[in-house]
Design a protein around this ligand. Structure first.
Ligand code: FES
Length: 62
């Protein structure tokens, strides 16, 4: 799958998160163009991070 809005594959986004894990909202901001884009792949990215064990919930962020 591909995020058209940020011109990145979801694999690239996962790799960026693996290299430096950020709270989910921040990861979306920094690693994707989803917030300024259509947002349609955000739930897919969330599920993917969860499956890969790299999801940092926003509630634990300080
Ligand atoms: S395709 Fe990823 S936000 Fe639009």
């Amino acid at each position: 799958m591909y995020c058209i809005c940020s011109n990145k594959s979801l694999d690239d986004i996962v790799l960026a998160q693996k290299a430096k894990a950020l709270p989910f909202e921040q990861a979306i901001d920094q690693y994707t163009g989803c917030n300024g884009g259509c947002g349609s792949c955000i739930s897919e990215i969330y599920a993917l991070f969860d499956r890969e064990g790299i999801l940092v919930p926003d509630s634990v962020a300080v």
